[in-house]
Write a protein that binds this ligand. Sequence first.
Ligand code: PBG
Length: 326
Amino acid sequence: MYFPVARPRRLRSSATMRRLVRENYLRVDDLIYPIFVTCGRDVQEPIESMPGIYRLSIDRLLAEVALVQSLGIPGILLFGIPDSKDAVGSGAYADDGIIQQTVSIVKDKYPDLLVITDVCLCEYTDHGHCGVVQEGKVLNDPTLELLARTAVSHARSGADIIAPSDMMDGRVRAIRESLDSAGFTDTPIMSYSVKYASAFYGPFREAAGSAPQFGDRKSYQMDPPNIREALREVEQDIAEGADMLIVKPAMAYLDVVASVRENFDGPLAVYNVSGEYAMLKAAAQLGWIDERKTTLELLTGMKRAGADIIITYHALDVVRWLNEEV
Ligand code: PBG
């Protein structure tokens, strides 16, 4: 009679045994909740392809932030939808811009909540690109100054962490230098170091009205088949002074997360983007998958791949589910 020497099943025999040998956990401390803020009062517009997510005016956003705070989620990531756009995205760096107003009100009411601001021009430009455009081209260096101005104005309104998502070369350094000279030496940069030109941003662009009016973002966001290039982006951002890094999107890029993890010891975030959220919600609404189980499995997979932090539209649901589990 042959007996297997190794019997991995021994350690799977009961829920308590599995709990004892579990290697990775999803925790409320890992989560960041993205929120879209829009102008006006008493606005709560549903985003069709993102059930449960809304464009909120500042007054409504405060109620949402109260919920985030009561659930113990450490931070929010803010995206602004301005009421007017122009060629150079001046709403992004206006002292009374939508983000600047929101940050100062939120920080005033909730000083302990981490307010992270997305620094980019695409929500503020009439052409929808993330930088200054000339003859159909997105110009790198002239964009840096505008991004740096945006970052400083966010810090001035009280932002705790600056998250540049534009993918221009050298922006981390430009932002770091401007923050430092403006006296914000202690404001960290969480850089979207590895951001792919992904089709999974579709629902976000609908939400933020930020789809490019011509062409695409492939000349600045990364080409999805590449991974070695991701490590070069990471190296560069660390050298330029990034404190934390983001890989985005999540689901199709967990190999990239694992690889960045091996090459970077600092805090690593993954962005579980709008299209990923939409897919799960749609399948769940059709009754084709179990939303709770699939979402928790996916996000735990992001932790297992090496992410410390998960930026996700599922954050509120996840915390409720985690609280039910114990
Ligand atoms: C701004 C930005 C985008 C996202 C985050 N910041 C859109 C884009 O790059 O087109 C996408 C987030 C999501 O899909 O949830 N540049």
